[in-house]
Design a protein around this ligand. Structure first.
Ligand SMILES: NC(=O)c1ccc[n+]([C@@H]2O[C@H](COP(=O)([O-])OP(=O)(O)OC[C@H]3O[C@@H](n4cnc5c(N)ncnc54)[C@H](OP(=O)(O)O)[C@@H]3O)[C@@H](O)[C@H]2O)c1
Length: 256
């Protein structure tokens, strides 16, 4: 499996869940991967696991909300691997799985936490990686939205607002950076992760209803359904796709 041999990827939130699975899928295809995570120990553990299988990876502690930390992480990645071709903005903080706040009670601080770790964190990474991406003939950015952004959900206004903002960042930058050959797409996944498990445990009836509404009748596998799809999306097979919103969710939401 060498479709991405010679390419360098950054994955944020790589310490667990979808970020971990995407990192493994990219590395399995030959990419060198910088694993960025807020909790350094988690990305260290993932890096050790992947390096044990012979993959070319490095772990960097990085809170994407901290612009200086992002600049440093991107510089470290370039110094170690020499280039950046692929940026996967997977990290998202705020109450992802827990029973979140009703709109009338949503504080500025809670709302800002979704924005700092989601759209602003992704913007920081895109800005810091831009000089390297511009030089790459295979440059691609994947941002992470959500079904909750596309169709809304009760008690999730903060998360939903931030995920829709990621759509705006994606579409505008796809247009602005197209002339440099940099593709920018948005993915809305539905797959098992610690956050998804917490959500299921705290909202069992609602989760069952969500899965029943998925035409493929199952929640996704983080590696086989999301990681492998990301490999396809960043490969040259999809080199003409930019500015798109892709629902990787078994048909839960069908866009027209
Ligand atoms: N799983 C789904 O079904 C689903 C559905 C819709 C959208 N999504 C989106 O898909 C992405 C991955 O979701 P997931 O389910 O894998 O989530 P998860 O299990 O909560 O994992 C998120 C990861 O992001 C990291 N992170 C959070 N804030 C960060 C920050 N400021 N800087 C760096 N890393 C940070 C976390 O690190 P720490 O553990 O160190 O805090 C964690 O490792 C997210 O963007 C999410 O919104 C997922």
């Amino acid at each position: 499996m060498t479709r991405l041999q010679g390419r360098v990827a950054i994955v944020t939130g790589a310490g667990q869940g979808l970020g971990k699975a995407i990192s493994a899928a990219l590395a399995d295809e030959g990419a060198s991967v910088a694993l960025l995570g807020r909790t350094k120990q988690k990305v260290d553990d993932v890096a050790a696991e992947l390096a044990g299988k012979g993959r070319d990876v490095m772990a960097i502690g990085c809170d994407v909300a901290d612009r200086a930390a992002v600049d440093k992480a991107v510089a470290e990645t370039s110094a170690r691997f020499g280039r950046i071709d692929i940026l996967i903005n997977n990290a998202q903080g705020g109450a992802l799985g827990t029973t979140s706040t009703a709109t009338v009670d949503l504080s500025d601080e809670e709302a800002l936490e979704y924005f700092r770790t989601g759209p602003l964190g992704s913007l920081h990474l895109m800005q810091a990686a831009f000089p390297s991406l511009r030089e790459s003939p295979h440059a691609v950015v994947i941002n992470f939205g959500s079904a909750v952004g596309v169709r809304g959900a009760p008690r999730m206004a903060g998360y939903s607002m931030a995920k829709e903002a990621l759509g705006g960042l994606t579409k505008s930058t796809a247009i602005e950076w197209g002339k440099y050959g940099i593709r920018v797409n948005l993915v809305c996944p539905a797959a098992w992760s610690p956050a998804a498990e917490t959500f299921r445990d705290e909202n069992p009836a609602r989760f069952e209803q969500i899965v029943r509404g998925i035409p493929l009748r199952r929640y996704g596998d983080p590696y086989d359904d999301i990681g492998r799809a990301i490999v396809g999306l960043v490969s040259d097979d999809l080199r003409f796709l930019t500015g798109a919103t892709l629902m990787l969710d078994g048909g839960q939401i069908i866009l027209r």
